[in-house]
Design a protein around this ligand. Structure first.
Ligand code: KIV
Ligand code: ZN
Length: 517
C-alpha cells in the first residue's frame, strides 16, 4: 500500500489573496462544499484575524463542512491564534496553521526580530494553538530563502512544542525543483524529532515552478501539498491542485503515494472557483483548460480515434469533463430544482429564499431552452451577491443601437430606498453607454482595468458571463454578472464590482507587517 499524500487546499485563503479574488462568506461556503465533494483532506478557510467578515467566513465554513478538516491561518501572535481558535470552535475537525518568517531578509527587515526571538515566538504560538486543537501546523515563512541550520533549529523546537505538520513554504517562488527536493530530504534527515511530524510544502509560482517544486518535495518525503484550484493565489499563484493530483495519479509508477481526491469533481470545482472569483481559466491550462483534451491536428485526431492512449495520458471523463448535462428545463418543478441545487451544494435558509431563486430560474428557462449546471451556479452567484448587503441594485436597463446610429442607454438603479435614472449616449457601443450611465449616477471614480466576456455554456442562447475589474485607491475588485443579454450581464457585473468596492473594508493581510508583529 502506498503512502497517503495529504491534499491541503488553500483556495479560500492564499487563493483569496489574489488581487480581486475576494469572496463573500456564502461564496466561500459554496466553494468549501465543492472542495468537500472533491475530497480534499484539509480546507484552509481563511485568516480569521483579518477582519470580522473573514472571521465569520471561517466560522461559516467550519459549521458547513461535515467531513473535511477546516483550518484557520494565524500569525505567531496570541490574538491571531485566539481568533482562529474561536472561529473554528464548531468544526467537527479543526487545524490551526501558525507561521513566522525565518529568512534573514524577513527577520531583519519585516519582523525586526533576532533569530532567538523568532524561535521564542514560534514556540509560544504553537503551544497556544495546542490549547485549541491537537492538530497544529507550523510554517517558517520564506523557508526557500532561509538558512538550513536555522530552519532545523526552529522546526525541532516547534515539534517539541506540539506542531505535528511542518510546512515548508517557498513564499516568493524562488526555489528550483532539485534544490527544493534536497532541502526537504535534508530537513527530514537532520531534525532529530522529524519522525513526529508530517512534512508539507507550499510553493508559489513566480517562476512557473510551483507544481514542479511540490512534486520534487513529494519524491523526497513530503506527504502534504498545499495547493489551490486553478493555481489561484498571491501574485503568480500557488501550485495548482489539479496538476499535483493528476501527476501523482497518472504517474503511479513514479510517485510512492496516492491521494483520496475524487478526480471527477476537479472540472466542476474549477468552473465554480473561476465563476465566483471572475478569474478565467486559460484554454491551454493543464487538466481544466477548455483545450486540455481537444485535438486539432488531423494526425492526433486519427490516433485518438484508433486508440485513445496514442495521444492521451488521461481521459477527459476521469477529471469531470463530461458533456454539459441538461439538468432542468422550463417545465421542471420546485422539487426537482431544489434537489439539483442541493447536489450543487446550495442550501436555502428559508422557503422565501428558495422561491426567489426558483422564480429567477423560471425567467431564465423562458429565455433559454436548456438549463445546465453552470447556469444554476450563476443563479447562485447572483443570489449570494445580493444577499451580501448590496449597496446598489440594478432596477432597469433599456438600450438601443443600430448601424449608423449612436448607441443609447437608460439605466435605473436603486441605492437604499431611492431610485435614480440616467441616460447616456456613447460612441463605444451599448455596453459602453450602459456602464457610463451607471457611473454618471454613482461617481465611483474607480478605474476599469479589465472587461471580459465568456459564454457559460455553448449555443447562441447561452448566458454571457461578464467580469469587470475596478481599481480604486490601491483596492482591486472583480465583479461578475451573467445574463443571456451581454449588455445586461455587463451592467450587473459593473454594479457587483461597485458593491464589492463599498464592502471591501480594512482587511489585514497575513503576510504584511503590522506594528505589533
Ligand atoms: O506563502 C507563504 O509563505 C504563505 C504562508 C502563510 C504559509 O502563504
Ligand atoms: Zn502562500
Amino acid at each position: 500500500m502506498s503512502d497517503k499524500l495529504i491534499i491541503f487546499d488553500t483556495t479560500l485563503r492564499d487563493g483569496e489573496q489574489s488581487p480581486g479574488a475576494s469572496m463573500t462568506r456564502d461564496e466561500k461556503v459554496r466553494i468549501a462544499k465543492a472542495l468537500e465533494r472533491l475530497k480534499v483532506d484539509i480546507i484552509e478557510a481563511g485568516f480569521p484575524a483579518a477582519s470580522p467578515g473573514d472571521f465569520e467566513a471561517v466560522q461559516a465554513v467550519a459549521r458547513a463542512v461535515k467531513e473535511t478538516t477546516v483550518c484557520g491561518l494565524a500569525r505567531a501572535l496570541d490574538k491571531d491564534i485566539d481568533r482562529a481558535g474561536e472561529a473554528l470552535k464548531d468544526a467537527h475537525s479543526s487545524r490551526i496553521h501558525t507561521f513566522i518568517a525565518t529568512s534573514p531578509l524577513h527577520m531583519e527587515h519585516k519582523l525586526k526580530m533576532t533569530p532567538d526571538q523568532v524561535v521564542e515566538n514560534a514556540v509560544r504560538a504553537v503551544k497556544r494553538a495546542r490549547q485549541y486543537t491537537d492538530n497544529v501546523e507550523f510554517s517558517p515563512e520564506d523557508a526557500g530563502r532561509s538558512e538550513e541550520d536555522f530552519l532545523c533549529r526552529v522546526l525541532e523546537a516547534v515539534i517539541n512544542a506540539g506542531a505535528r505538520t511542518l510546512n515548508i513554504p517557498d513564499t516568493v517562488g524562488y526555489a528550483m525543483p532539485e534544490q527544493f527536493g534536497r532541502l526537504i530530504a535534508r530537513l527530514r534527515e537532520r531534525i532529530p524529532n522529524s519522525d513526529l511530524a508530517i512534512f508539507s510544502v507550499h510553493c508559489h509560482n513566480d517562476l512557473g515552478l510551483a507544481v514542479a517544486n511540490s512534486l520534487a518535495a513529494v519524491v523526497n518525503g513530503a506527504r502534504q501539498v498545499e495547493c489551490t484550484i486553478n493555481g489561484l493565489g498571491e501574485r503568480a499563484g500557488n501550485a495548482a491542485l489539479e496538476e499535483v493530483v493528476m501527476a501523482v495519479r497518472t504517474r503511479k509508477d513514479f510517485f510512492p503515494c496516492h491521494t483520496d481526491i475524487d478526480a471527477r469533481e476537479i472540472v466542476p470545482c474549477s468552473k465554480l472557483v473561476s465563476s465566483i472569483t471572475g478569474f478565467p481559466v486559460q484554454p491551454n491550462k493543464s487538466i481544466v483548460g477548455a483545450n486540455a483534451f481537444a485535438h486539432e491536428s488531423g494526425i492526433h485526431q486519427d490516433g485518438v480515434i484508433k486508440h485513445r492512449e496514442t495521444y492521451e495520458i488521461m481521459s477527459a471523463e476521469e477529471v469531470g469533463w463530461t458533456a454539459n448535462r441538461m439538468v432542468l428545463g422550463k417545465h421542471s418543478g420546485r422539487n426537482a430544482f431544489r434537489a439539483r441545487m442541493a447536489e450543487l451544494g446550495a442550501e436555502f435558509a428559508s422557503e422565501e429564499e428558495l422561491n426567489t431563486v426558483f422564480s429567477r430560474f423560471k425567467q431564465l428557462a423562458d429565455r433559454k431552452h436548456e438549463i445546465f449546471d453552470e447556469d444554476l451556479q450563476s443563479l447562485l452567484n447572483e443570489t449570494d451577491a445580493e444577499a451580501s448587503e448590496e449597496y446598489v441594485k440594478l432596477v432597469a436597463l433599456d438600450f438601443s443601437s443600430g448601424m449608423g446610429e449612436r448607441p443609447q442607454a437608460r439605466v435605473t438603479i436603486k441605492t437604499g430606498h431611492q431610485e435614480h435614472q440616467a441616460d447616456f449616449s456613447a460612441s463605444g457601443g451599448v455596453v459602453d453607454a450602459s456602464l457610463k450611465a451607471i457611473e454618471s449616477l454613482l461617481n465611483t471614480e474607480a478605474k476599469l482595468t479589465l472587461y471580459s466576456v465568456n459564454n457559460i455554456t455553448s449555443g447562441t442562447d447561452a448566458q454571457g458571463e461578464v467580469t469587470v475589474r475596478l481599481e480604486k485607491g490601491g483596492r482591486i475588485v472583480n465583479g461578475q454578472g451573467a445574463d443571456t443579454d451581454i449588455v445586461i450581464a455587463s451592467a450587473k457585473a459593473y454594479i457587483n464590482a461597485v458593491n464589492k468596492l463599498q464592502a471591501s473594508n480594512q482587511r489585514k493581510h497575513p503576510q504584511v507587517d503590522e506594528v505589533d508583529v
